[in-house]
Ligand binder design. Structure first.
Ligand SMILES: NC(=O)c1ccc[n+]([C@@H]2O[C@H](COP(=O)([O-])OP(=O)(O)OC[C@H]3O[C@@H](n4cnc5c(N)ncnc54)[C@H](O)[C@@H]3O)[C@@H](O)[C@H]2O)c1
Length: 353
């Protein structure tokens, strides 16, 4: 039995379709939403979070909007629920990040929390695709890498005023919500690139220490977010720095036009090779170029399918789920990334404090 707290767009368009595609029909799904009118087919409504937490749940899934993750997580940690999975970003403020870091120092609490980012499910596929290149992966150590660029350039539409507007990631319909911090690109999409990149570095035994600064940050209309404005969501941002000592640039844009743009990584090697991981339709696409040769490989499948199979027990028979130590290390890394991104955009908005 799994319990969802928050029955919004990500549950409807990503979690439930993934669970139904996986061999999970015998899972009973419960759900609670602060809007009692919000229910979803296949999810039994529960009257309150307290009522949910009194059930013998295998896992609790925190899928509220980001600003509410913290309070739900605190109530869940006070309950008997053994496994709590929190959608990204795990927290939404620096105060929450500091308090969670302190809580996670207690192994008993740390073992119960997984900070989830579905882009981490791209790492295993990338490793497989790299292994499928003629000659295998070009990456043997950190010194092979000259630079890394991370991208989230999302498709966008136009509203009635002719201004750029976001599109629902699954349905493609205009998303008419007025986005506010923490739902700007720095935290909302910077987390995706950093989570995937750092798990990939870890999978390759590479150092993944981060140092970043914000080069640019504008709102949906391309206007600079002024000092003191702590509410407006960032529509575009560029961050630069290093990962494991290698130069890193993040290009984040929620309003990249009707065709959208790259969603992934470009890694450039010292010896002239370049590998690019992008998302096209329902597939991850690897392009490797070196000395005039081009190799293209694909891994089809929805990211949530891979992600949930790895983190939910009994979701897909035969698939080994992440062990406790791995989950703890992943959660620690997600919290580090969220803390850094929050520090950067807070310092920009309010440099005096
Ligand atoms: N939509 C996406 O593309 C996407 C993708 C990956 C991750 N996420 C993450 O998933 C989370 C949810 O995103 P979404 O797009 O579904 O948001 P949403 O606004 O569509 O849904 C959030 C739901 O949570 C409910 N809610 C808010 N506070 C609550 C509380 N205290 N208790 C119970 N319910 C509460 C709201 O009523 C709403 O129905 C966010 O943290 C987001 O960062 C979203």
């Amino acid at each position: 039995m799994l319990g969802f707290v928050g029955l919004g767009s990500v549950v409807e368009s990503a979690w439930l379709p993934a669970l139904s595609r996986l061999a999970a029909p015998r899972l009973r799904l419960l759900g609670v939403d602060s809007d009692p009118a919000r229910t979803l087919p296949g999810v039994e409504p529960v009257s309150s979070l307290a009522a949910m937490l009194s059930q013998p749940l295998q896992g609790l899934l925190v899928t509220t909007n980001s600003a509410a993750h913290w309070s739900v997580l605190q109530q869940a940690l006070d309950s008997e629920v053994a496994q709590i999975i929190v959608e990204k970003p795990v927290v939404a403020t620096l105060a929450e990040a500091a308090a969670l870091a302190q809580q996670l120092a207690d192994p008993a609490l740390a073992g119960r929390v997984l900070a989830l980012d579905h882009w981490t499910a791209r790492v295993e596929g990338l490793q497989t695709l790299l292994g499928g290149l003629p000659g295998g992966s070009p990456l043997h150590g950190i010194h092979d890498i000259l630079r890394i660029d991370g991208y989230v350039r999302e498709r966008s539409g136009c509203n009635e005023q002719g201004e750029p507007c976001a599109l629902n990631f699954a349905t493609g319909e205009p998303d008419r919500r007025q986005l506010r911090h923490p739902d700007g690109v720095v935290l909302d999409t910077g987390t995706h690139v950093l989570a995937m990149l750092r798990e990939w570095m870890v999978a390759n035994g590479l150092p993944c220490g981060l140092s970043l600064h914000l080069r640019a940050m504008t709102d949906r209309l391309g206007q600079t977010i002024p000092v003191g404005d702590v509410a407006t969501a960032e529509g575009r941002a560029e961050l630069a720095g290093t990962i494991g000592g290698v130069p890193l640039t993040l290009h984040l844009d929620k309003y990249a036009g009707p065709d959208g743009g790259r969603k992934g990584l470009v890694v450039t090697g010292h010896s002239g090779w370049q590998l690019s991981l992008d998302r096209k339709g329902n597939s991850d696409l690897l392009l490797f170029e070196h000395q005039g040769q081009r190799h293209e490989l694909q891994r089809p499948g929805a990211l949530y399918d891979y992600c949930l199979a790895a983190c939910l027990p009994d979701c897909q028979p035969g698939i080994e789920t992440l062990g406790r130590a791995v989950r703890q290390a992943m959660t620690r890394r997600r919290l580090e990334e969220v803390t850094l991104l929050l520090e950067l955009q807070q310092a920009w908005r309010n440099p005096i404090s």
